[in-house]
Design a binder for this molecule. Structure first.
Ligand SMILES: [Zn+2]
Length: 313
């Protein structure tokens, strides 16, 4: 069984009412994808990812993505805090995400916007700590600052619950730094490109417990779906990436480590369950019958975090 630890099934590419996404999710299930994680990107999709996760028997995360920080206000951070309070008992809520820092997009690299991203990142780490939830990180030209935020967070309050650095594409040393803070590294379509030699080498040599798999659908298509600019100009449509591509991605990646696809499926599934522990309960219980998640206790061990809305609906 495979777990797609990162896909945006609510994205507009999946059509009105997510119809194409739901079809793709069914196809993925037939191909052995047992669970998907749908991270939110901003307040506007908190309901969509939750509803999709309940509808397809999968999982979701709540957070404000760095690409959406320019349009977000302090009130959005408060709305996220409120939504986490409300949903923390929902067993399908498995992380805070997608959060992080993007120092690649020019609009996000002005001093003011770097500062704003940093503020959102730190606040969201704080929320993750408050609820003992792992985080799903967006990493682009921002490894050192992300690590700085994690280390800073680790020195205050309760420990960080780790998580996943998604679409990882850094150095061995950076990978080790994330691992030492309890993080797994997400790999997907980017590794299927023959030209991605460094990334393929990294995937091949990292410790086995460091790896999780993802599609990041509809983004980061694997090589067989990728249509270059010249082909697009000639009228060939871009193939749409979906969770149904994960088994083929996994089969291709397994060879890089000298594993069978089944062995990589087992390994990456075990790692995904370790990175996002709430997923385990979703696997153990039949769809629609998962008991509420246990909210963690506030520092000092007094009262549990309120777990309103903590039942399947
Ligand atoms: Zn994403």
């Amino acid at each position: 069984m495979w777990i797609d630890t990162h896909c945006h099934l609510d994205a507009p590419e999946f059509g009105p009412d997510h119809a194409l996404g739901l079809q793709a999710r069914e196809r993925a299930r037939e191909l052995g994808v047992g669970l998907c994680v749908y991270p939110a990107v901003a307040c506007f999709d908190f309901d969509a990812v939750r509803e999709l996760a309940h509808r397809t028997g999968d999982a979701y995360a709540l957070g404000i993505h760095p690409l959406f920080v320019p349009r977000a206000s302090d009130a959005d951070l408060q709305a996220l805090a409120n939504e986490l309070e409300r949903r923390v008992g929902d067993p399908r809520l498995v992380a805070v995400g997608e959060i992080g820092l993007d120092f690649f997009v020019p609009e996000l690299c002005t001093p003011a916007m770097r500062e704003r991203q940093w503020q959102f990142y730190r606040e969201q780490l704080r929320l993750a700590q408050r609820h003992c939830l792992p985080v799903i990180l967006h990493v682009r030209r921002s490894v050192d600052w992300l690590l700085k935020g994690l280390r800073e967070a680790a020195t205050r309050g309760r420990p960080l619950a780790g998580g996943i650095a998604h679409a990882f594409n850094g150095s061995v040393q950076q990978a080790q730094a994330f691992q030492s803070l309890g993080f797994r590294l997400g790999f997907g379509g980017a590794v299927t490109f023959d030209a991605a030699r460094q990334l393929r080498q990294l995937f091949a040599t990292l410790p086995p417990d460091a790896l999780v798999l993802e599609t990041d659908a509809p983004d980061i298509p694997p090589q067989w779906l990728y249509v270059n600019a010249a082909e697009r100009a000639a009228g060939r449509p871009q193939g749409v990436n979906s969770p149904a591509e994960l088994p083929r991605i996994g089969a291709g990646l397994a060879g890089l480590r000298g594993l069978t696809p089944d062995a990589l499926a087992d390994l990456s599934t075990a790692n995904a369950l370790a990175a996002l522990p709430r997923l385990s309960r979703l696997l153990l219980s039949p769809a629609g019958a998962v008991p509420p998640a246990h909210a963690c206790h506030q520092a000092g061990g007094s009262s549990p975090v309120i777990a309103a809305g903590g039942t399947e609906s």
